[in-house]
Design a protein around this ligand. Structure first.
Ligand code: GLC
Length: 747
């Protein structure tokens, strides 16, 4: 067996509090005589894992690497319930996904633990992406809060609800950076920036896992989809990704490193190819980078039939080949397809897969189960199963939703809606329950959301009238038009070639505009949309995303001013779909982006649309106004060598609330290296802080910058990170259009 992390600091050591390690020794399957501590010294799970692997047959080892779907397919094919029970009984199954409910999971677990030869428990996985019973806003919405704490709260609430209902492992957080609003899965992402995505990936991981995976209210997290899935050509899901080594390492990999540094226990491989090599077959990413450079000793699970898809990718000749390639490249567990289980014995006997690799994969799966405390306690207490949302979790979801909303326009002081106003709520989503977004958990159906109409009526002050439907607009002081895209139009296998409001929603908005009554457009969507001319006639536009179970209340809180919106866009909104990709972290090119003008004809960009997006990354308004000062660096110059040795410096800037109400501002810091051995983006977000300020209140925000903020990965395949001498421009502001700057010199 390869050194499955023994002697290295394993995630098990990091993730085991009073739980797994201490109690694992009591486990009958272990070999107490050889027991060692978690880090490989005498008395811990690593020794027990080795001893257990040594007792397993080839069929039992291959079974540990198999995950089958219980019910509800989230990919091609159906459920595998019958074969799962049979395999569990034979001790030839490692995991099951899409099972939940304490009674169901205990029943299946009992078969594995009490009827198989070695009694190795199963690990149960489910996509708990933004809520189990309590549905939080979609991840793209949460990213718009620019407050990673909201993701930690979602993770913590979700883990408690899920674990008590038999789930040990969530296939979340998704951390695919993307420049593609056409891609349906942007809804599950944190948008176009690696720094913002990294902060949320780490926070969500901590929320799910806490400090002890064996705790009854924690689940193992899964960093997905490894890697560069968000770079699919045309934003077409599952499609080709051709990426340079430097873009792989500067744009797509950082969030995964952040999640693993936060102790993330598992990683899921992605469906796409990476410059011709499928991610499920890519030893450069799965083994060289993930397992060797980063020393990841957790489990790499395939995506649904991802191993099987090596055949249609044209990379494997048959099932045996697919299983061999995937295991050898670094996949440890096969989701749904069964090529390793079917062909592994013959592959091993013929030397086409190595026993070391097989045993290492098995050890990783067992390590996950030890960390989860499953050997010590494989069952959940049915009486302790959380039955549904509570007032506290609803309150949390409501606060997160309001914090995630982005005010895109507000003229004529229409917002916030004052007391006693007559409000007409109209539009296809005005009283719709379709607000939970893609990948809503079991609670998405079972516990429907508060609709906008319901929330507006609950939130209306005394004397206010809230009516419903276009017919009621005549008597209204303000019309709230609720439009957007349903959950089915976003998420997996939901890419769109048109980013406009579906159907005749734009016509509805124009009709409301024609009444001359001031109106607010509320967007419920899972991706950046292109807005029509109506954006000129609307008094206000609020981006509310798919806000989850308390969406209606949160929207009312913002529209009535109980909450002053402070969110910012995590992804640029294009002016039209032809402009895509349009993102803030682009290169400058050799020609100007400016529109054509006499004597300036050779420009990049389009002749028929402005070069800038409709709304840029980091943009969002407030009911108050802020002034952000000029940034000051704590050094005028700093050595590249000092930075490489870990030296840091500070950039500070003041921010003041100069308006009439309290509110939040997100102070953002961007870096630009104007001359480098690899052309750099015109802006790179390297710091952000959401600050709450009362009227007239000011605060000094400080950012600490180091090598990772000023340097970059080169195109060297073996990974070279460089910090180069030269000028570095530092911009601070309230969006990626930040202009206020200072400069430092790197020597
Ligand atoms: C899906 C998704 C993945 C999910 C898995 C299990 O195809 O790509 O994100 O976790 O299958 O449902």
């Amino acid at each position: 067996m390869g050194d499955g992390g023994v002697g290295r600091r394993t995630f098990l050591a990091a993730m085991t509090g009073s739980g797994a390690a201490a109690t694992a020794a009591a486990d009958p399957a272990a070999d107490p005589a050889a027991a060692e501590t978690a880090d490989g010294a005498a008395g811990g799970p690593e020794a027990e894992i080795r001893a257990l692997v040594g007792r397993m047959t080839v069929a039992e080892k291959l079974g540990q690497l198999q995950q089958l779907a219980w019910t509800g397919a989230t990919g091609p094919g159906g459920s595998q319930t019958a074969s799962a029970e049979q395999a569990a009984r034979k001790g030839e199954l490692g995991s099951v996904l899409n099972i939940f409910g304490a009674r169901h999971s205990n029943a299946l677990q009992r078969i594995a633990v009490e009827e198989s030869r070695l009694g190795i428990p199963l690990v149960f996985g489910l996509d708990v992406i933004h809520g189990f019973w309590t549905t939080f806003p979609i991840p793209l919405a949460q990213a718009a809060s620019f407050d990673p704490e909201v993701a930690r709260v979602d993770g913590e609430v979700s883990a408690k609800e899920a674990r008590s209902n038999g789930i040990h492992w969530t296939f979340s957080p998704m951390m695919d950076v993307t420049h593609e609003p056409r891609w349906g899965r942007i809804a599950e992402s944190c948008g176009e920036d690696p720094c913002l995505t990294s902060a949320f990936a780490a926070a969500k991981t901590r929320g799910y896992q806490g400090g002890d995976l064996a705790a009854k209210d924690r689940v193992a997290a899964c960093a997905k989809h490894f890697v560069a899935y968000g770079g699919a050509e045309g934003g077409r899901d599952y499609n080709t990704v051709d990426v340079s080594e430097s873009r792989l390492r500067n744009l797509y990999l950082p969030p995964f490193k952040a999640a693993l540094d936060a102790g993330c226990a598992t990683v899921m491989a992605s469906f796409n190819t990476l410059s011709g090599i499928p991610a499920h077959a890519n030893s450069h990413t799965l083994t060289e980078i993930l397992k060797e450079d980063w020393e990841f000793d957790g489990v790499v699970v395939s995506d649904w039939n991802g191993v099987g898809e090596l055949l249609p990718h044209g990379f494997a000749a048959d099932g045996a080949d697919a299983g061999r390639i995937a295991l050898t490249a670094g996949v440890d567990m096969e989701m749904v397809s069964t090529h390793l289980a079917d062909h592994g014995a013959e592959l091993l006997a013929s030397g086409r897969i190595k026993e070391d690799r097989l045993d290492d994969a098995v050890a990783r799966v067992l390590r996950l189960k030890y960390a989860l405390g499953l050997f010590a306690q494989p069952y959940v207490e049915e009486a302790e199963a959380v039955p549904g949302p509570t007032p506290q979790t609803r309150k949390a979801a409501r606060e997160v939703a309001a914090r995630s909303m982005v005010l895109l326009k507000n003229e004529g002081e229409v917002l916030p809606i004052g007391p006693g106003k007559a409000v007409a709520v109209v539009g296809p989503f005005a009283d719709s329950r379709d607000m939970q977004g893609t990948w809503a958990g079991p609670g998405g159906e079972k516990f429907p959301p508060v609709t906008v109409l319901h929330g507006m009526r609950d939130g209306a002050g005394r004397g206010a009238r809230v009516t419903y439907g276009v017919g009621a607009t005549k008597a209204a002081d303000v019309v709230v038009v609720v439009v957007g895209e349903g959950a089915k139009l976003s998420g997996e296998a939901a890419s769109r070639s048109d980013l406009g409001l579906p159907g005749d929603q734009e016509e509805l908005i124009e009709a409301v505009a024609a009444t001359g009554i001031p109106f607010v457009v509320v967007l419920l969507n899972g991706r950046p949309l292109t807005v029509g001319n109506w954006v000129e006639s609307a008094s206000a536009v609020l981006e509310a995303w798919h806000p989850g179970i308390e969406g209606g209340h949160a929207i009312a809180d913002v529209l009535y001013g109980k909450v002053n919106p402070g969110g910012k866009l995590p992804a640029s909104f294009p002016r039209n779909v032809g402009q895509v990709p349009v993102h803030y972290n682009h290169e400058n090119t050799g020609r100007p982006y400016d529109p054509k003008s006499p004597g300036n004809t050779y420009v990049t960009g389009y002749s028929d649309v402005e070069r800038t997006p409709q709304f840029p990354f980091g943009y969002g308004l407030s009911y108050t106004t802020f002034e952000i000062g000029t940034p000051k660096a704590s050094v005028a110059r700093i050595g590249a060598g000092e930075l490489r040795r870990g030296e840091t410096f500070e950039v500070e800037v003041s921010v003041r609330n100069v308006g009439e109400v309290a509110g939040d501002e997100v102070v953002q810091l961007y870096v630009h290296d104007p001359v480098a051995s690899l052309v750099q983006p015109v802006r790179r977000l390297r710091g952000f802080e959401r600050v709450a300020l009362g009227v007239g209140e000011a605060k000094v925000v400080r950012f600490v910058l180091g090598a990772e903020d000023l340097g970059f990965w080169t195109n060297a395949v073996d990974g070279r990170f460089v910090v180069e001498a030269g000028r570095v421009d530092l911009y601070v502001g309230s969006s990626s259009d930040a202009r206020s700057a200072c400069t430092i010199q790197v020597d």
